[in-house]
Write a protein that binds this ligand. Sequence first.
Ligand code: GRF
Length: 193
Amino acid sequence: MVKLIGINKINIAVFISGKGSNLKSLIEYSKNKKSTFKVDLVLSDKKAPGLKYAKRYNIDFSIINYSKKYKAEKFALKLLKKKKINLICFAGFMRIISNKFLKEFNGKILNIHPSLLPKYKGLNTHEKVIKNKENYSGCTVHLVNSRLDSGKIIMQKKVKVFRNDTPVSLKKRILQYEHKLYPKAISKFIANF
Ligand code: GRF
């Protein structure tokens, strides 16, 4: 186990495809002295709006062309090695990675998903939760494995679904909890590095 004192922070790379509100919360959390990780690289598969946070906080970022997945992953791995990244955190990253890539970071890729896994894997979770009249939903931080949203669960937060919730209102509320859960789960995970 690596003793995390002072400057010995774990370098993380955040992969995004969208708005990047989780990226923002991770960066802001990591600015705290007590944080055991540092966001050192942001990778995206497109010109994602969330890249503005990498720019704002002066963090290295790169847009990777995923039209050829093999090439894209090879390039990503090169950047990750160059920056000595110890942990990858997917935050709204909309690509399925190859087993080869997964092996390179075996056990060291996390994802955040807006449901109480193992329920509601995949897309349109909030629509499905409301359609099924669930009383609770939530968010989950889990390890990435070769199956969609199926890796070991690190932490979850249960969130009440209100009777008048729409997919939009539920998404908005759960996202607030995601922003708190993800940094906590990363800290817990790397405490065992
Ligand atoms: C979040 O709801 C996350 O759980 C899911 O994608 C969304 C990303 O939102 N995987 P943002 O880009 O972090 O705002």
